[in-house]
Design a protein around this ligand. Structure first.
Ligand code: ZN
Length: 244
């Protein structure tokens, strides 16, 4: 089975459509949350994902846009964009987010979460120590997560040792090994932060037990125009071209 994994789309429909057109036909599409917030097209991104995603969870920005988490936890620009996104949101998309969990067990092998198993909405999984503690909190071999917008791989070896995270390059393929457990972040579709402005996503092949990390250029200027038209904060518009 071929499964596309996307995360942190952040209302960037230009990036999302570019990714989906590039992926082509897949058996499943998993979305790790933060579909909205920051960007200019919340309704289109929600409509596309609710239509196409076979699994979808909520992130901190999704919940902030519908006032389910405290907006004061965000900086001024993110807060302003979340308020604007929430105002645009059609009732059906709002209702979908109201009941959407931030964590979802696909099956006995794969877990999806926005932040971490310990704190599904908020924890940024960035260090080996965090990974070590979080591996204790779920049973599956692989947990896919988003939130930090940085493609990362954490491994727990067969002997229980956790390794420092590695950053996969575009096109890298990770072979999932029996007995080894993983946290895998595919990176962000709509607001990449690893100094590479291209949209990031991953392809899981369950037949070969591989995860391929992908990058694709999209029309950043078009998203920026849409953001300026919506009067979204300038810093959020600019960061897209730097990948920060
Ligand atoms: Zn995000």
């Amino acid at each position: 089975m071929r499964i596309a994994i996307v995360s942190d789309i952040h209302s960037n429909v230009v990036a999302l459509e570019t990714v989906l057109n590039t992926i082509g036909t897949v058996d499943q599409l998993w979305n790790l949350g933060d579909t909205i917030g920051y960007g200019p097209r919340p309704n289109q991104c929600m409509a596309t994902m609710r239509d196409q995603a076979t699994a979808m969870i909520a992130g901190n920005h999704d919940l902030a846009c519908i006032e389910r988490v405290d907006l004061s936890d965000f900086n001024a620009d993110a807060r302003a964009a979340n308020i604007w996104n929430g105002q645009q949101l059609e009732p059906a998309h709002r209702a979908a987010l109201e009941t959407m969990p931030p964590i979802h067990a696909v099956d006995e092998r794969f877990l999806l979460v926005h932040g971490s198993p310990r704190e599904p909405v908020w924890e940024y999984m960035l260090s080996r120590d965090q990974a070590r503690d979080n591996f204790e909190l779920f049973e599956q071999q692989v947990c896919f997560l988003g939130h930090s917008h940085v493609p990362l791989i954490f491994r727990r070896q067969k002997n229980g040792t956790c390794l420092n995270p590695t950053i996969p390059a575009a096109g890298d393929t990770l072979q999932l090994e029996p007995g080894v457990r993983y946290f895998i972040n595919p990176g962000s579709v709509g607001q990449p932060r690893s100094q590479d402005p291209r949209a990031a996503y991953a392809i899981l092949d369950t037949d070969t037990s591989t995860v391929r990390f992908m990058r694709i250029e999209y029309d950043i200027a078009k998203t920026q125009r849409q953001m300026r038209e919506a009067n979204l904060p300038t810093a959020l518009v600019r960061r897209l071209e730097y990948g920060m």
